[in-house]
Design a protein around this ligand. Structure first.
Ligand code: BEZ
Length: 235
């Protein structure tokens, strides 16, 4: 097969999300313009009518309201056409039961990308894995249209959607409170405060009773769960 050099493009964290207009199962979208003011998760899957993808779509669709409460919209993509997408989503709703879920309606847009225009722009085609299918890529795009996190999984590995939600809330918490979040952080856990920039600040911090320093460069503070949720979830 002829080499497709377009697939070598890789968007990066901190850059503006590449723009595109695409047809989807919910009509035409203009990305990221239509999503200004909201977070968006743009994710790809390898193919319609495949088992791992079906389990993923049911799980994500089942969590759509939870993401919406955190001001985040979902957008799917695969290198399939609209007819296939529509038939697959109808089959999911009418026939498939998985993990206690059934009658799941996928209401978020699913992009048709037969031309591979969008998947190539977003580095979703990894020829070592497949020349014709997108890998399982996830792009978190913030309300200003900036890419904030990227996750890639291979074809065989279904994603953990609780982790996608945790990552979204952690990034929103970092933005809201100017903090960072440690390994395995969840709302209610202590957060990390930015490293001291001077010797004086380092000394002060070590003496502050509201701050817990393991050492001068690694200091945490309490961040109650209700404070986090109040800040990041829509009322
Ligand atoms: C799946 O979704 O089951 C799948 C898709 C492409 C390759 C392997 C598995």
């Amino acid at each position: 097969m002829e080499e497709n050099n377009n697939v070598n493009v890789m968007p990066r964290i901190g850059e503006k999300a590449p723009e595109f207009v695409a047809e989807t199962t919910q009509g035409q979208i203009n990305f990221p313009k239509d999503y200004k003011g909201s977070w968006a998760i743009l994710f790809s899957h390898p193919a319609d009518f495949t088992p791992v993808c079906t389990s993923e779509f049911m799980t994500f669709a089942n969590m759509e309201d939870k993401f919406a409460e955190a001001n985040c919209k979902l957008v799917g993509l695969s290198v399939d056409g609209l007819t296939s997408h529509i038939a697959w989503l109808r089959t999911i709703q009418e026939k498939i039961e998985f993990n206690g879920m059934k009658n799941i309606e996928v209401k978020f847009p699913l992009i048709e990308d037969i031309s591979m225009d969008v998947s190539s722009k977003y580095g979703m085609i990894m020829p070592g894995e497949s020349n014709t299918k997108a890998v399982r890529a996830v792009f978190f795009v913030d309300p200003k249209g900036i890419i904030r996190a990227i996750i890639y999984y291979p074809l065989s590995l279904g994603r953990n959607f609780d982790e996608l939600y945790r990552a979204l809330i952690a990034m929103q918490t970092a933005d809201e409170f100017g903090v960072a979040t440690p390994a395995d952080w969840n709302p209610g856990d202590d957060v990390i405060i930015s490293p001291a920039g001077t010797c004086g600040a380092a000394k002060e911090r070590m003496e502050d009773k509201d701050i817990d320093c393991k050492d001068w460069f690694f200091c945490t503070k309490k961040m109650p769960k209700d404070k986090v949720l109040k800040a990041v979830l829509k009322k």
